[in-house]
Ligand binder design. Structure first.
Ligand code: HEC
Length: 217
């Protein structure tokens, strides 16, 4: 029996993929198909098939403790706390740094005190009035109207049925700046408090705009 040469053993073992085409006299394109094109197609198919999930599916989780944090979320229930909430209330009697608490109670009395003790601390100039106009349009005009006549689009569209006070009536012309500051901060009657929405300086800018541009005092 003729011993196969080393080379032909190699050919027998790897030949199916690499050399069969040649050995059987087929054109080399077959070897190319088996050795390179098919694996390339398979790879591309794999890459594309790994993207066919929906966008809502976050796919494989390599670090599951990031997706499912062991820490309690701010608004979640918390069995470790007496009141069962994760979110804590500030300690009674504390205030945020730099915050000056508003000293007057909502209502007539507080309004009188505010009228007496508070006045606009800002220097009024055209830049400040422009800012005041912007803020007035964001926070007040929907109800009180761009011109301050009480005909804001929330009211005229019928969505807000209580007529907002006209800011250009004879009585409104006599409001003291501190009074308006009080109304914005604590609310008045059916008008809600805006103290948590508008910063103190911005309240004074709005007041300056109302007095100088709408009421044209
Ligand atoms: C959601 C609608 C609404 C918004 C927004 C609103 N107000 Fe009012 N405001 C009212 C209504 C309604 C009243 C009448 C309240 C009442 O008499 O019970 C009123 C009353 C007032 C009064 C008069 C209080 C009085 O003596 O009768 C002033 C001043 C005033 N608002 C200023 C403002 C300013 C300044 C802003 C913006 C920072 C503002 N309001 C935003 C609805 C609104």
């Amino acid at each position: 029996m003729k011993h196969p040469s080393k080379q032909s053993i190699l050919v027998r073992h790897t030949g199916f993929f690499l050399h069969q085409g040649n050995r059987r006299g087929r054109p080399p394109v077959f070897s190319l198909v088996f050795a390179q094109v098919l694996p390339a197609i398979a790879l591309v198919a794999l890459l594309f098939s790994s993207c066919d999930r929906t966008r809502m599916d976050k796919g494989y989780e390599y670090f599951p403790d990031m997706a499912h944090s062991p820490a309690y979320k701010t608004y979640s229930d918390n069995p470790a706390m007496d009141d069962g909430n994760t979110m804590r209330k500030p300690v009674a009697g504390t205030i945020p740094r730099d915050m000056v608490p508003y000293p007057y109670e909502a209502g007539f009395e507080g309004r009188e005190q505010a009228a007496m003790h508070l006045d606009n601390p800002l220097n009024i100039n055209s830049d400040l009035l422009a800012e005041g106009q912007e803020l007035y349009r964001v926070f007040c005009a929907n109800c009180h109207g761009i011109k301050g006549d009480g005909l804001g689009n929330l009211h005229t569209s019928g969505k807000y049925i209580i007529p907002p006070t006209s800011l250009i009536s004879p009585e409104a012309m006599n409001y003291k700046p501190g009074e308006v500051y009080h109304v914005i901060t604590t609310g008045w009657g059916v008008m809600g408090a805006h103290g948590s929405l508008i910063r103190p300086d911005d309240r004074w800018k709005i007041i300056a705009f109302i007095e100088n541009m709408i009421q044209e005092k």
